[in-house]
Design a protein around this ligand. Sequence first.
Ligand code: 13P
Ligand code: SF4
Length: 357
Amino acid sequence: SDDELDRRILTAKATLGDSVVILGHFYQRDEVVRYADFVGDSYQLARAATERPDAEAIVFCGVHFMAETADILSTPAQRVILPNLAAGCSMADMADIDSVSECWDQLTALLGSDPDADGRLPVIPVTYMNSSAALKAFCGDHGGIVCTSSNAAAVLRWAFERGQRVLFFPDQHLGRNTAKAMGVPLERMPMWNPRKNLGGNDEQALQDSRVILWHGFCSVHKRFSVAQIDKARADHPAVRVIVHPECPMPVVDAADEAGSTDYIRKAIDAAAPGSTFAIGTEINMVNRLAAQYPQHTIFCLDPVICPCSTMYRIHPGYLAWVLEGLVDGRVENRITVPDGVADSARVALDRMLAVRP
Ligand code: 13P
Ligand code: SF4
């Protein structure tokens, strides 16, 4: 029962004390978030993984790429645990290292790899945090960097200082929305077509590009629509519409603001009492904000939207199981990134952590 699980988790947590830290992403369900020592967006959680070197174990209530990042950024002695190994991210799975490497080989064959007169390389790879450690390592090895939804513009500026173009993967929407807000015209953002060899892509468009987009997307955020925003505005004329930048461009354009999960939380926190918000992001987070800020009216743009089904796979039962394992000296569901991959990925992550948003 829920009470039994609650008792088991709290008992294990008390026994483990400071030897374990539980990190939780905003999209986790309430029944999990309530046990987290720190809740945040993916950038904050990456930082948090570096901030408790005293903890022997980091239990990561989030998805696989977040736990990989925590393993890369934490100390070698620390063990990172993902309570359910099936908690992946369908967007992260849309870019694999073989396809990106093949794209890179074709692009560099077309564009060359020598710097221009200003010392800028023909193309800089930028991976969204929502990607495998192998892709972060690829960026580390090729002069590239990682970004999250909270620092994408600052990271793109970093990349444009060093490169004439950016290859941005896996999320086409974050790449397009961010570059557009920075003034990059849409015609200079071609999408790489992975089903064709270079001949099938428009070579001139690639030459003229500023950002080459990958075809990935988030199945949760692609469901938001302009029609939902129109309806929210018709029903609530004073509504403030905030969406996550993983939403398609027309949705971001129709919203008042776009920002990371923590941006959304802070905007609500800072608003005058009695404000009305329509939010375009995952439902567990929106429902929690609505409960935490009863002085506002807060609703999800799509009330019937599914939660992120993979975030939802972290059930309190798994949390109890991994914590009790630690009490008994067992490390269940450990996430380890091999050293060779982790070292290169850390280069790209450290570049990101050094960028000031
Ligand atoms: P944040 O970086 O805003 O936490 O988003 C992570 C994510 O997976 C959104 O779908
Ligand atoms: Fe991945 Fe989308 Fe879930 Fe975020 S909300 S973890 S991008 S599937």
